[in-house]
Design a protein around this ligand. Structure first.
Ligand code: MSP
Length: 536
């Protein structure tokens, strides 16, 4: 059986255009999806994202904008799709919760929960925050019953509602979280979720005051709670209830990637619903941190936002992808500042990566007429050491990706680039070029090109456009474009012919590079450009 990989992101509220925090999550998911395409083949990966389009908040926003809720979410979904296109997010499917097929399946799911007695009708009262779309305990509110997340008062709501009987599943869920450390990650979030589980209430899962939603089957005065509606996208997005073959091919999800503010819905409510539906649980819920803007919280209500589309249009998709994945310790919070952004991008993309390629292409052009094949003679010890460093980087990269430590995977790739640049400095090809015998020079140039070939595949999940630009200039076999590649992870073996059966030693490849210098891989960001971007 082939391995498959199904990854999801949270579906974003379609109440305002995307900000950098939304982009961060999609970029991380895209990096994981692309890495798994290298591992398993493109056809064996499914990457689901989309927009969460129902609820009070959206109903009100549409009213303010003077358009119907449907028109409003159509515009917003378009804004999210445009931003993801600009950032190179290679999702398999973009689900919208207003799609007819989704709505229909959510009703079926809800009807089943009622029929089984998991959901029962009861009076439900409490302080409701429409920002969070949830009832709040008084102890979770600030003075004046202000929601700490949205900085506005919660509203007293008393309704006859449908309530989900959480108690039925609490023990089973606790056992799973305790016995399977992989299930909720990072570890500190797992502990947090275990604590939350104890006091997790029976949850109201319908709303009477909200019109913009999916009607409860047989009781159209009520709409299904937006969280039940939204969470169900992970099932309906892969054909649940409509296409059994497709659904069973992908489910259970390998990972739900979500932010820390919604971990309880994913690690508590969602598994309980899945248990009620008699479905296997996702293999992992990975909880990422927040990206803070100049150390302040980024949110629409405070106006403190960075427009990811603007950044991608100005600098291309890769700098922001690289910066966020490299700079933020994945799972923890991180900062975005223009100063740090510029520094990282110039040092790592323009200098480290760009220079390594440009320098060597010049030698390939001048001394080998752009055709560099591997010399038949034994390589030097230094080349052996470079090959070993590439092998080690590859192992570190895999281990980090398996642990969803994206920043560490990138560190492994960029440390290899450091080694490569030091190798060039020490080997001094400019001196070798003066020798009559060009074989030592050819060894060095070939080895640098070979290392860059390995690096291009390794960094493709993170900086796909730059990787494609390197690939094009290396002139080596196989296709590697920003949007797709036929290269696989086994092609990252340095100096080896790919396609060798696993476990056997790789014979040395007699690969020839037909290089083509078409210009710098990435231009430095100049201070004047950053100046124009302004400080948001
Ligand atoms: N619609 C719900 C999710 C339903 S999933 C079944 C929602 N939407 S959201 O638009 O508020 O957030 C979408 C995702 O973006 C969440 O995972 C959230 O944690 C993440 N982020 C929102 N702001 C963020 C940052 N500043 N930084 C990083 N991620 C952040 O919640």
């Amino acid at each position: 059986m082939t391995d498959t990989y199904y990854i999801t992101t949270a579906i974003d509220y379609a109440n305002a255009p995307p900000h950098l925090g939304h982009a961060y999550e999609k970029i991380a998911a895209d990096c994981l999806a692309r890495y798994h395409r290298l591992q398993y083949g493109a056809d064996n990966v499914f990457f689901l994202t989309g927009t969460d389009e129902h609820g009070l908040k959206i109903e009100r926003k549409a009213k303010e904008a003077g358009v119907s809720p449907q028109e409003f979410v159509d515009q917003m979904a378009g804004a999210f799709q445009a931003a993801w296109a600009a950032l190179g997010i290679s999702y398999s499917r973009f689900i919208r919760t207003t799609e007819a097929a989704h709505r229909e399946q959510v009703q079926q799911i809800f009807a089943r929960l009622i029929a089984q007695g998991d959901v029962v009708k009861a009076r439900y009262e409490g302080w409701y925050c429409s920002g969070c779309e949830e009832f709040k305990a008084e102890r979770d509110l600030l003075e004046g019953r202000v929601c700490p997340n949205h900085e506005r008062p919660a509203e007293w709501t008393s309704e006859e509602n449908y309530v989900f009987d959480m108690a039925r599943y609490r023990d089973r869920l606790r056992a799973r979280i305790e016995s399977d450390p992989h299930f909720v990650q990072p570890e500190f979030r797992r502990k947090e979720v275990l604590n939350l589980l104890e006091g997790f209430p029976n949850l109201s899962v319908s709303r009477q005051s909200v019109k913009w939603g999916i009607p409860v089957p047989g009781d159209p005065e009520h709409v299904v709670y937006v969280w039940i509606d939204a969470l169900s996208n992970y099932l309906t997005g892969i054909g649940y209830g409509r296409d059994e073959a497709m659904f069973s091919h992908w489910w259970p999800a390998d990972v739900h990637l979500v932010g820390k503010d919604i971990s309880k819905f994913h690690a508590i409510l969602w598994p309980a619903i899945l248990m009620a539906l008699d479905l296997p649980l996702p293999r992992q819920i990975f909880v990422h941190g927040f990206v803070l803007l100049d150390a302040g919280k980024m949110s629409k209500s405070t106006g403190n936002v960075v427009d990811p589309l603007g950044l991608a249009e100005k600098y291309g998709p890769d700098p922001i992808r690289y910066y966020l994945l490299r700079e933020v310790n994945f799972g923890r919070d991180g900062d975005f500042t223009y100063e740090a952004f510029e520094k990282r991008v110039n040092a790592d993309l323009a200098n480290n990566l760009g220079n390594a390629l440009n320098r060597i292409l010049t030698f390939a052009e001048r001394h080998f007429e752009n055709r560099v094949s591997r010399p038949a003679t034994e390589p030097s010890e230094a080349i052996g050491a470079l090959a070993a460093a590439a092998g080690l980087a590859r192992e570190r990269f895999v281990a980090a990706m398996e642990a969803v430590a994206l920043h560490e995977a990138l560190a492994a790739a960029w440390e290899l680039l450091d080694e490569l640049n030091m190798f060039v400095d020490r080997q001094a090809p400019w001196s070798l070029a003066k020798q009559e015998d060009k074989t030592p020079l050819q060894h060095v140039v070939w080895s640098v090109l070979e290392t860059l070939r390995v690096v291009a595949i390794m960094v493709w999940p993170t900086v796909p456009s730059l990787a494609a630009r390197i690939w094009e200039q290396l002139g080596t076999e196989g296709e590697l474009l920003a949007e797709r590649t036929d290269r696989r992870w086994e092609h990252t073996c340095w100096g080896a012919d790919p396609g060798t059966a696993p476990g056997t030693s790789h014979p040395a490849a007699d690969r020839t590079f037909v290089t083509r210098k078409t210009g710098p891989v990435y231009l430095r960001i100049g201070t004047e450009i950053v100046g124009k971007a302004g400080k948001h």
